[in-house]
Design a protein around this ligand. Structure first.
Ligand SMILES: Cc1cc2nc3c(=O)[nH]c(=O)nc-3n(C[C@H](O)[C@H](O)[C@H](O)COP(=O)(O)OP(=O)(O)OC[C@H]3O[C@@H](n4cnc5c(N)ncnc54)[C@H](O)[C@@H]3O)c2cc1C
Length: 321
């Protein structure tokens, strides 16, 4: 059986939204391989996550509850994923192209002697299953064929929609039979807690650039984001200048986002920034330079001073949303 195994991500007892487009990718792949989509949930106390993910048109969910998986460690997750993949006869193993997915799947590929594709944005049959992935900050799209029997894929989740909900699939306990590793130990997880939605999950993102000139001036970006229930992002230049924290960075070396609505405020639109946001459904650019490259990708452009436009826009929106 040429099944597809999806490794689910969850945080604080909730399924992370990045898992859903990964399931869509798996469904498209399974339609080509003729196999089923199975989902693996590793953790400790994962029953609710397993029940939730079962609703998204998959064949079966396997969940492991063990203190060994309480905290993510590549040293425990990789062998468990390998074991599950072998048990279900997976020929494709997929995970979101997130920090965790990028950390664990190369190890899974090595253990399965499998070829790997990172950041897949499409799968199709062209005389064999092929994958498309971006290179050079998205300026080149390449088609890749993996010739090993098992293929391991991280999925660019902004390029796939979430699957429709349907009847709940069977949920089954999975015993990985693993003990805690003796070569690695979980020390701590410093999670950034915020009332705002997670940047990669948010429907609205308001991002600021170096043109804001200081960290204090990011307050107006936060005010606009909060008015719209959105997340806050930043260009790398703003992060490097110390105006915004690292985990807000969007772009080639930051996060990739594709919200319904993206505001680029005082961001010039360098290709490395566009690589992280050009898939957004509607892009609004606010920049005082009418020739700024960001206007080439913007659906709506406001040429003017962000220090006047953003507070005025926020006030107007407060009366509407
Ligand atoms: C290998 C590599 C990886 C990179 N990865 C990333 C990445 O992941 N993300 C990323 O963002 N960049 C990345 N960069 C950096 C990228 O090349 C740009 O330097 C960066 O995106 C520029 O950020 P910016 O637009 O905020 O700043 P600038 O290019 O300095 O633009 C500032 C903009 O603000 C406008 N402005 C100034 N004042 C105002 C005002 N009062 N009102 C309105 N507009 C105003 C200006 O007209 C200008 O367009 C990377 C570069 C390299 C080489």
């Amino acid at each position: 059986m040429a099944n597809v195994l999806v490794v689910a991500e969850h945080l604080d007892g909730k399924l992370r939204k990045v898992t859903l487009p990964t399931i869509t990718f798996a469904q498209q792949t399974a339609a080509l391989t003729g196999g089923e989509v199975h989902v693996l949930v590793l953790g400790n106390g994962t029953d609710a996550v397993a029940a939730e993910v079962a609703k998204y048109g998959v064949s079966k969910v396997h969940f492991a509850n063990s203190p060994v998986f309480e905290n993510y460690l590549a040293e425990t997750y990789a062998p468990a994923i390998v074991k599950a993949a072998q048990a279900i006869g997976a020929t494709v193993v997929a995970a979101p192209s997130s920090t965790t997915g990028k950390d664990v799947l190369p190890r899974v590929a090595a253990k399965l002697d499998a070829g790997m594709v990172s950041d897949a944005i499409a799968v199709f049959d062209d005389g064999g299953i092929k994958f498309r992935r971006p290179l050079w900050a998205g300026n080149v799209l390449t088609t890749v064929e993996v010739v090993t029997p098992v293929k391991v894929i991280t999925v660019r989740t902004t390029d796939f929609e979430a699957p429709a909900e349907g009847d709940a699939a069977a949920v089954e306990a999975f015993d990985a039979g693993l003990a805690a590793p003796d070569n690695a130990e979980f020390v701590s997880f410093d999670q950034v807690k915020s009332e705002r939605p997670e940047l990669t999950d948010a429907a609205v993102v308001v991002a600021g650039g170096r043109g804001l000139k200081s960290g204090e001036n990011f307050q107006m970006i936060m005010n606009l984001a909060d008015t719209l229930g959105g997340a806050v992002g930043a260009s790398r230049a703003a992060v490097d200048s110390g105006y915004a924290p690292n985990d807000w960075q969007i772009g080639q070396t930051g996060k990739v986002v594709a919200p319904d609505l993206y505001f680029a405020v005082a961001i010039s639109g360098a290709i490395q920034h566009l690589a992280g946001m050009k898939g957004s459904k509607t892009i609004v650019a606010i920049n005082k330079d009418a020739d700024a490259p960001i206007f080439q990708v913007a659906d709506f452009g406001l040429v003017g001073d962000a220090f006047e436009i953003v507070p005025a826009l926020t006030e107007k929106l407060k009366g509407i949303v």
